[in-house]
Design a protein around this ligand. Sequence first.
Ligand SMILES: [Zn+2]
Length: 159
Amino acid sequence: MATKDNKDEYIIVEQTWNVPFRHYAGEITSRYLKEFRDNKKIMGRRCPKCKRVLIPARKNCERCFTETDEWIEVNDEGKLVTFSINCIKYVGMPDPPYIMGLIRLDGADTDILHYIKGIDLSDVDKAGRELKIGTRMKAVWKEVRVGNVTDIDYFMPTV
Ligand SMILES: [Zn+2]
């Protein structure tokens, strides 16, 4: 809030950043994404210490600081852990409203973040009340896949 002498006035600087970049995904993430592209499979990595199956596949368990050592296929279905209905337009994101959710895939011990579709969003308050944690969700794969997390187009309820 501005004061009489403007000493506490906040100055808003508007800018637009456009920072395109490319990088090698690394050995583990490359395999993870190739399985998306070539086989419509979701492969996790098991930690030898805590035995958790980590999604997305990664080289190290963030809990144990141990290298993962085994590929484990998980189901492309699971349960909705949490979600958010986004009603604000963000650069690079779909037109609102849309739902982002965390899904615990069958066989995984961590969650995948993705779009949730198949929910009527004409009344977002109602949708928020009706969409339940624990709802069974299934991946809907794109027909043309390129080796990206967006090869899964979205998740939707199984019923
Ligand atoms: Zn671990």
